[in-house]
Design a protein around this ligand. Structure first.
Ligand code: SAH
Length: 345
């Protein structure tokens, strides 16, 4: 449905979309169309002008609790989420309702979009924003979304718009077979990385994208900081500092390689009680043995908590086990790059 608006706001929106395309944040016609369609200035607080609503900037909604992410991050997430028409979708963290409206455009049917918000006041405002812009059919629920929305499951796509420290198996089980979950996962003292997981039969696996992101923390039962990792944080941070010194010394490490080194080091720290120096040493060794991989080459598998299996780089997080999968160790004799390829004539 087209809302009543003047030509000026439409032009502001088009200018923002051109910028997001030029910078590579919007990559597909479907996401472009959604951004051109949803009037973002209807979703911002009353003291924010349309001019401000169409800048690539974050807009505070409730201090420390909720922000309307900058459009480039929203676009990045939607491109990663690859929503197709007709898919049932779950969003955790409604806030303004803007992303829910974009999801409604992508699914082609607002009633397929389910969104959960823990703050009642925000949820009610989001509902009003959605109604005012023609997306009143979106299903908005007040509650703790860290455990998903069991009654409405399964979902072909699940997206968290708040930083999680872990994921609950209850939530992962709400994906359809072949479904995709996208979540910013926080690593204390380091960054949040976007985790992309596919459900495939009994398995959930995927990997991280190499763009660190920043969101407000997820709250609720499976919210951030409630799995006891705070106690391990100083040791992990020290190990990361040591790893970083090593990474910096090896001048040619790319940003993405350094993220991989951080992640391996964090996984070792979380799966052991070794002192930070040893963790950093082991992290560097495994990173080197795997051929100094870029972050995108690491795999992540999740299983219900059943303890790690021998030889795995696995660390438990409440009801899940995270398994970090490294590229196979390489034969140092051959040095350098991936195994040589035969030239077939
Ligand atoms: N997608 C939003 C921005 C999200 S900000 C938009 O387009 O405007 C993150 C939101 O997640 C906040 O509103 C916060 O209250 C909410 N949140 C945090 N923990 C939550 C939980 N466990 N369940 C549901 N919502 C949660």
């Amino acid at each position: 449905m087209a809302v009543r608006e003047d030509e000026a706001t439409r032009r502001l929106r088009q200018a923002l979309v051109s910028e997001l395309k030029t910078e590579g944040h919007i990559r597909t016609p479907a996401v472009e169309k959604a951004f051109l369609t949803v009037p973002r200035h209807f979703f911002v607080p009353p003291d924010v002008s349309p001019g401000e609503a169409y800048r690539d900037e974050v807009i505070p909604l409730m201090p420390g609790v909720a922000t309307l992410s900058q459009p480039s991050i929203v676009a990045l997430m939607l491109e990663e989420l690859a929503v197709e028409a007709g898919m049932k979708v779950l969003e955790i963290g409604t806030a303004s309702g803007y992303n829910a409206a974009l999801l409604a455009c992508l699914t082609g049917d607002p009633a397929l979009v389910h969104t959960v918000e823990i703050e009642g006041r925000l949820a009610r405002r989001a509902q009003r924003n959605l109604e005012a812009t023609g997306y009143g059919e979106v299903r908005v629920r007040v509650g703790d979304g860290s455990l998903g929305w069991g009654e409405a499951a399964p979902f072909a796509r699940i997206v968290l718009t708040a930083e999680a420290a872990t994921l609950s198996w209850t939530l992962l089980r709400q994906l359809t077979d072949g479904g995709l979950l996208l979540a910013p996962l926080a690593f204390p003292g380091f960054a949040a990385l976007l985790l992309r997981l596919w459900a495939n039969g009994e398995e959930v696996r995927g990997g991280f994208t190499a763009s660190p992101v920043a969101f407000v923390p997820l709250r609720g039962e499976y919210g951030a900081g409630e799995d006891g990792r705070e106690t391990a944080a100083p040791r992990i941070q020290e190990a990361l500092r040591l790893a970083d010194r090593r990474g910096l010394a090896a001048e040619r490490l790319s940003f993405s390689q350094r993220l991989a080194l951080y992640l391996i080091t964090t996984a070792i720290a979380e799966s052991s009680t070794s002192p930070s120096g040893e963790v950093a040493e082991e992290g560097w060794r495994r990173f080197g043995a795997a051929g100094q991989p870029e972050l995108e080459r690491l795999g992540v598998a999740l299983r219900p908590a059943d303890g790690g299996r021998p030889g795995e780089l696995a660390f438990p997080r409440r009801d899940c086990v995270f398994v970090l999968e490294l590229p196979p160790e390489r034969n140092p004799e051959r040095g350098g790059e991936s195994p040589s390829r035969e030239v077939v004539q």
